[in-house]
Design a protein around this ligand. Structure first.
Ligand code: ADP
Ligand code: MG
Length: 203
């Protein structure tokens, strides 16, 4: 039997929208096993981003619990939350969220700068390897705005993987890309899942 990496138990989340209360998640249960490649599917507004944000510690549930590798992550303080996000979770966003004034390599390096146990040489090596993994080695010194949408999202994937997280969350990572680029990107994520054993949860 494989290990349960993510365990969402009876999670509720509502948002106040003016006078009304939007009940985005109503008692959601979900388990993701380590090594899985899982997609959450649903209409726009069905709560996919809300769920990924809760699992990624970008927000807290109103009710219920979320365990990551057995640890309850539903109500952490800011320091613990930042640490967990930087150490154990990679996040890939629909809009890429790259830093425009940093090169491709510097964007990928950014989350690793918080890992003081990784030496300078090791950090550079890991950034290079991550760029090779997403087939962008020759773009290392370019600024992101020189790249296509698909290439930018590959930079974001490299940035998510460089810290070797247990879990990669991807919120509609291909929503802004054409169908051919989407197919290639999904192939890449499947390959990284199989080759590196990275657990992916995406919408
Ligand atoms: P999806 O990602 O599946 O499109 P979301 O999780 O973004 O769905 O949204 C679920 C519901 O919660 C929607 O009705 C949305 O309008 C509402 N919602 C999400 N985030 C907020 C927020 N920060 N403030 C108010 N309403 C929100
Ligand atoms: Mg969404």
């Amino acid at each position: 039997m494989r290990d349960v990496l993510v365990d969402v138990q009876g999670v509720h989340k509502s948002f106040k929208l003016g006078e009304t209360q939007v009940r985005a998640l109503r008692g959601l249960d979900l388990q993701v096993q380590a090594g899985e490649f899982t997609a959450v599917v649903g209409a726009s507004g069905s709560g996919k981003s809300t769920l990924l944000n809760l699992i990624g510690c970008l927000d807290e549930p109103d009710e219920g619990k979320i365990l990551l590798g057995g640890q309850d992550i539903s109500h952490l303080d800011d320091a613990a939350r930042s640490r967990l996000r930087n150490r154990r979770i990679g996040f890939i966003f629909q809009s890429f969220n790259l830093v425009p004034v940093l090169s491709v390599a510097e964007n990928v390096e950014l989350p690793l700068l918080l890992h003081s146990e990784v030496s300078d040489a090791d950090r550079k090596a890991r950034v290079s390897q991550a760029l090779v993994d997403v087939e962008l080695a020759e773009f290392a010194n370019q600024l992101p705005d020189r790249l296509s949408g698909g290439q930018r999202q590959r930079v974001a994937i490299a940035r998510a993987l460089v810290t070797r997280p247990a879990l990669v969350l991807a919120d509609e990572p291909t929503a802004n890309l054409d169908s051919e680029t989407t197919a290639k990107l999904v192939d890449l994520m499947v390959e990284l899942n199989q080759r590196r054993g990275v657990t992916f949860l995406f919408s």
